[in-house]
Design a protein around this ligand. Structure first.
Ligand code: C5P
Length: 399
């Protein structure tokens, strides 16, 4: 992590004592570390320890009472490649979520343009509280990365979810983020990724949709962006709000809308990864007003949606095109048939029969088939790791 700049925010929780170890990991890896401590955190670990280990002065308040020197939070935020807030207490979490800037750390957070990682740590009831959950959700939506708390013994004597992620795992998460950043093996490549479900309107309040969360495609788009690609992510309705300097996220609702963004951009792309769970059918007519309940049954006539991937395959010129197949039966033959029919270079199969694979969750288990009839099976992994496998596969095809 030579030359990587880590700005570490420490808040007032018992897990603060573990931050000494985290700083050591960063320093040993060659990174530069500067720390901001909130007023409450100094009761848990001494600024002298933090300053000594980080090899830098510790920033604690807007100005130094002894020297009268001002701590420039904007400069601190601009200096950092990444801001890591660990441990992040329920109190600081709430401040970050609403933008309350009453100390140097939260003020710096508001000035930060770099990626922000937040490692919450608190007692289990606090972690389970709907307020905390809501705040975490808000921070995630705002584009921050949450390093989720772990289960185990807590300082209160209780046992459950709330322990700060172990320093070694925090270090690994940041390292893989920053190191992937520097392996720019997709520089100068333009990639379009489709992700998420599509919603097909029935009337102004109802739609046909599916359970896709968009996570798999979003992780692929982010991995490509980190590795230097210029990425357009066409994202159906989703709670996710991925952010990266190399990523342009276009939000769409229906298959038609997704199709028009793809049609407009496909010609200029080098690679297409189509992971969206596009609705195959849509209502023939969208009612202008809410359809009223009556005693009779209701029949909605459905017509076919455009097959976006098929169109991209038919209009492919020296481009790499990868599709997805989510199957519940005859997985392999269906996936291979899709590869042929849609003129793909590879198809990623995830079977709903595998536990932990497919929609919604944080993990996936995939097999990739290529057009030479070769296939690779991957283990069940987090979607972030699966995205790396898919992008590494793309790299082999591109070279
Ligand atoms: O044919 P099937 O829908 O099973 O194929 C799945 C693949 O095709 C996925 O990559 C999906 O993103 C893409 N697809 C599409 N447009 C559709 C239906 C599927 O791009 N209307």
């Amino acid at each position: 992590m030579q030359n990587k700049r880590i700005l570490l925010g420490i808040t007032g929780g018992i897990a603060a004592y573990k931050i000494a170890t985290l700083i050591r990991y960063f320093i040993k890896s060659g990174a530069e570390v500067k720390c901001i401590m909130t007023p409450a955190s100094v009761d848990f670990i001494s600024p002298l320890t933090i300053a000594t280990l980080s090899k830098n002065p510790v920033y604690q308040s807007f100005w130094d009472a002894k020297t009268g020197e001002w701590s420039n939070h904007v400069a601190l935020a601009l200096w950092a490649d990444v801001l890591v807030i660990a441990p992040c207490t329920a109190n600081s979490l709430a401040k970050l979520a609403i933008g309350l800037s009453d100390n140097l750390l939260v003020t710096t957070y508001l000035s930060a343009k770099c990626p922000v990682f937040i490692a919450p740590a608190m007692d289990l009831d606090m972690y389970q509280h709907s307020t905390t959950k809501r705040n975490l959700q808000t921070l995630k939506k705002d584009g921050n990365f949450i390093l989720p708390a772990q289960s185990g013994e807590l300082a209160s004597g209780l046992s459950g979810e709330g322990r700060m992620m172990e320093p070694e795992d925090i270090f690994k998460a940041i390292e893989s983020f920053l190191v992937a950043d520097s392996a720019l093996d997709f520089a100068n490549k333009k990639v379009i990724v489709t992700a998420g479900p599509t919603y097909e309107l029935i009337d102004p309040v109802r739609f046909i949709g599916n359970h896709s969360s968009g996570k798999m495609g979003v992780e692929i788009a982010l991995e490509l962006a980190r590795r230097g690609a210029d990425v357009i992510l066409v994202l159906g309705p989703s709670n996710l709000n991925p952010k990266h300097a190399n990523l342009k996220c276009v939000s769409v609702q229906s298959a038609e809308e997704m199709f028009s963004v793809v049609k407009k951009n496909w010609k200029s792309q080098n690679i297409g990864v189509f992971s969206a769970a596009v609705a195959d059918y849509k209502p023939k007519k969208v009612a202008n007003e809410k359809i009223k309940k009556s005693d009779a049954n209701l029949t909605i006539e459905l017509i076919k949606n455009p097959d976006i991937l098929l169109w991209a395959g038919e209009n492919k010129k020296n481009q790499i095109l990868v599709g997805f197949a989510l199957e519940t039966e005859n997985e392999e033959s269906n996936a291979k048939a899709k590869l042929q029919k849609k003129n793909l270079d590879a198809v990623v199969l995830n079977s709903l029969k595998n536990d932990g694979a497919g929609f919604g969750g944080d993990t996936n288990k995939i097999t990739i088939f290529d057009k030479d009839n070769k296939s690779i099976d991957f283990q069940l992994k987090s979607k972030t790791e699966v995205a790396k496998d898919i992008v590494n596969f793309l790299l082999k095809m591109k070279n």
